[in-house]
Design a protein around this ligand. Structure first.
Ligand code: GLN
Length: 564
């Protein structure tokens, strides 16, 4: 096999993915799929996501509005698209791989205060636009795949839609950048929409024409068009787009609706998108087919699954699945590995509570029916007190009825609170996050960072957990390793002063930090599968390498735990 990365060294190649017409076209998935396809051609690929909002990072943004906050090894709180990149490319990105307006302006203003521009007027062009280009060049060279030396290709996704006011400095910078790196090193892929009008059933090219015109007026010329449409583009539609947008027909691909996102790379492969990209990037076309065998096989398996495994997701933001994006992905990875079709029973935590039962009995009944018909229960992370009592109720139900349970972060904390209340009889046991005056604080504020600032001050990123018991299910699922590294994002933890009492009542603290004061894994030995973790194992789950604890949950929920 010819490894392109070994043939062409030295010059970094850039693929920019922009979006037009409307948001929500799946630009992130398209960009990740392009990265995967290039990787399958033997290239080492990294990626950068640009979010033109003013927040410095996603850490202070509501998952309800923006989807989950993804956490990286280095503690970066970033856009969920970085999760797609990590999963598709099996890489580990850094916080700098997510560029925001906030970060760029902060770096320029810091330089201005230091006196680096002394005597000059600091302006969007050239200072902001230079800062953007320098940032891209610096970050693109960071190895993210565990190998040494810079990657071969950097896929840059520009968030938002062409024409947004906020993205203007980025567009200007990227136009300059394409000139700076030169033709043959830069490929612009524009993701657009070709709507079909039901009355006539005709694929309409005008919105794409307009958005390409907008792009060109801003100094960027697309090399490839990726058109979202319900079905493949008709030949005459492609011809029309080619003529009006000045893009060769073989460089126009259709992203028609597929059953699942794992099909997107295969769709691009079928339409030979890699050949078009390699040509624009002045890279020799490989003779053999890109190596996507394993990926293809997994997508096929996923399509054919029909025996369900039902997992109740007991959360706060149940109306918006993006809020729990990585948790859902991790559940899927584990379900495919266990050859089960994943079915999510969404349960809004507060609907399980007594107050709902009194005020709204139907809603309460529906929530309980949903919980009770599940084979396993997952309580994900969360902040704020809405729904906390419902999460405690869900943990109690799973514990008492031997239903497999995985509690993540807040889901572990609520399980501990439940145990203290039910087994130790401490009725007012609580977390000081929800009841600062509780007489039995079993979860307390244990920050690593600032006590006054909200942004980036939690216990964040990769931390080590040491196993404290060999009969632990978690220990065995992780492959009998002495320790593991997982990603954290929290301020509160199990109160160390309560641990011995809980332990005596048979709640096992099977994983702790190095000092032994931070409790990171709980288990109930006598239960088929009752695990709570202070970290977020979902962030490191990969399609071909499901997270150990999710695998445990799905295996237990589908009666396969003994087989593992
Ligand atoms: N709110 C809890 C804390 O800060 C849990 C956080 C989480 O679930 N990510 O510790």
């Amino acid at each position: 096999v010819l490894l392109l990365g070994e043939v062409i060294k030295a010059v970094m190649k850039y693929v920019l993915v922009t979006g037009g017409v409307v948001s929500g076209l799946g630009k992130g998935v398209t960009a990740s799929s392009i990265g995967l396809l290039l990787q399958a051609c033997g290239l080492r690929v990294t990626s950068i996501k640009i979010d033109p909002y003013l927040n410095k990072d996603a850490g202070t943004m509501s998952p309800f509005e923006h989807g989950e906050v993804f956490v990286l090894d280095d503690g970066g709180e970033v856009d969920l698209d970085l999760g797609n990149y990590e999963r598709f490319l099996d890489v580990k990105l850094t916080r700098d791989n997510n560029i925001t307006t906030g970060k760029i302006y902060e770096s320029v203003i810091n330089k201005e205060r230091k006196g680096d521009y002394l005597g000059k007027t600091v302006q969007v062009v050239p200072h902001i636009t230079d800062a953007i280009q320098d940032w891209i060049e610096r970050v693109a060279a960071i190895p993210v795949d565990g190998k040494e030396g810079p990657p071969d290709v950097c896929v840059i996704e520009l968030g938002g839609t062409i024409g947004d006011i906020e993205s203007m400095p980025f567009i200007e910078a990227l136009g300059q950048f394409s000139y700076r790196v030169g033709a043959g090193n830069f490929c612009l892929i524009h993701v657009s929409l070709v709507p079909v009008l039901n009355v006539v059933g005709e694929q309409k090219t005008k919105p794409t024409q307009h958005s390409v015109r907008g792009l060109r007026s801003l100094g960027l010329t697309p090399n490839i068009l990726a058109c979202r449409s319900t079905k493949e583009l008709d030949a005459n539609v492609k011809g029309k787009l080619s003529r009006f947008c000045h893009v060769p027909e073989q460089n126009i691909v259709t992203l028609f609706d597929v059953p699942y996102i794992w099909h997107v790379p295969l769709l691009l492969l079928d339409q030979k998108a890699h050949e078009a990209i390699l040509k624009v990037l002045d890279l020799p076309c490989i003779t053999s087919k890109p190596m996507l065998g394993e990926w293809t096989a997994r997508a096929k398996v996923c399509d054919m699954l029909n025996e369900p495994v039902r997992v109740a997701m007991v959360g706060k933001y149940t109306g918006l699945s993006d809020s729990y994006h990585s948790v859902l992905k991790a559940l899927l990875h584990a379900s495919v590995a266990c050859r089960r079709k994943l079915v999510i029973n969404w349960v809004s935590a507060s609907d399980l509570e007594d107050a709902t039962a009194i005020e709204n009995p139907d809603v309460n009944k529906a929530a309980w029916d949903s919980l009770k018909s599940a084979d396993g229960v997952l309580v994900p992370g969360g902040f704020g007190d809405r729904g906390v009592e419902g999460k405690i109720i869900a943990a109690k139900y799973a514990r008492e009825n031997n239903i497999p349970y995985l509690g993540i972060c807040l889901g572990m904390q609520t399980a501990v609170i439940e145990y203290a209340r039910s087994i130790l009889g401490l009725e007012d046991a609580n977390s000081t996050e929800f009841d600062p005056n509780t007489k039995n604080p079993c979860v307390i504020f244990m920050p690593e960072g600032s006590k006054t600032h909200m942004g980036g001050t939690m216990r964040l990123g990769s931390r080590r957990t040491y196993f404290h018991a060999t009969d632990s299910k978690a220990f065995q699922l992780y492959g009998n390793q002495r320790f593991i590294d997982e990603r954290h994002r929290h301020r509160y933890e199990v109160n160390p002063d309560m641990v011995s009492k809980l332990e005596k009542a048979c709640l096992s603290f099977t994983g702790k930090d190095e000092s032994g004061t931070r409790m990171q894994i709980i288990e109930i030995g006598s239960h088929p599968y009752f695990v709570g973790v202070q970290f977020h194992p979902e962030f490191k789950s990969r399609p071909g390498k499901p997270s150990a604890l999710f695998l445990g949950l799905i295996a237990a929920a589908s009666g396969q735990l003994d087989v593992l």
